[in-house]
Write a new protein. Structure first.
Length: 195
């Protein structure tokens, strides 16, 4: 249990990654406190602080806006190569379709702003086109492929708008945490990883 002055306002954990919102200047003290909870010293907590008003957590990039709200984007490490299952490989069709579904679901479930969502959709379309064009070299010369792909993305955007409306109407916690909660200027976001 953290002392009152270091008690996080927000705490999310997934396996060994923790995202927390804590008072400014208390991140190092919190990490030290976490490290003292294991008397044997087997668990060490490393921490990373918000830099340039942004921090990553899993595959999400949290960006602090000027008004105190938080914008969420898809996070890719600098070493990310944008490679996915090549469609010319001999894998079952459902595996290939799962790649597409996963990339799009990540876009629609993480990205909070419409213009950023469009950028992510374009990134996914470019990645998939590159992967599919290796499998079907004549794809670039076929008529109607771009329009068809655009219809798929446009339909998904409409679904995500509807989900957002339903979430706001019925109080979906994830949507509220992403779009309605702001971060006060006296807070810091930090991420801890146990090694």
């Amino acid at each position: 249990m953290a002392p009152v002055e270091r008690k996080p306002k927000f705490w999310k954990r997934y396996v060994d990654d923790v995202l927390e919102l804590i008072k400014k200047g208390q991140v190092r003290n919190q990490a030290d406190h976490i490290n003292t909870t294991d008397p044997a010293g087997n668990i060490k907590s490393l921490y990373e602080e918000e830099k340039d008003k942004q921090i990553s957590f899993l595959d999400t990039l949290l960006v602090r806006q000027e008004d105190g709200s938080v914008k969420l984007l898809v996070y890719r490490k600098k070493s990310h190569t944008d490679q996915c299952l090549n469609f010319s490989f001999h894998h079952p069709l459902n595996h290939k379709l799962a790649v597409i579904r996963t990339l799009l679901e990540r876009c629609y479930s993480i990205v909070t702003e419409e213009d950023e969502r469009k950028k992510e959709e374009e990134h996914v379309a470019k990645l998939l086109k590159r992967s599919i064009s290796v499998a079907i070299p004549s794809l670039d010369h076929r008529q109607g492929q771009t329009e068809h792909r655009g219809e798929i993305f446009e339909g998904r955007s409409k679904e995500s708008k509807e989900h957002k409306r339903q979430s706001q109407k019925y109080g979906c916690r994830a949507t509220c945490e992403r779009t309605e909660r702001g971060i006060c200027k006296n807070s810091e976001i930090s991420r801890h990883r146990h090694s």
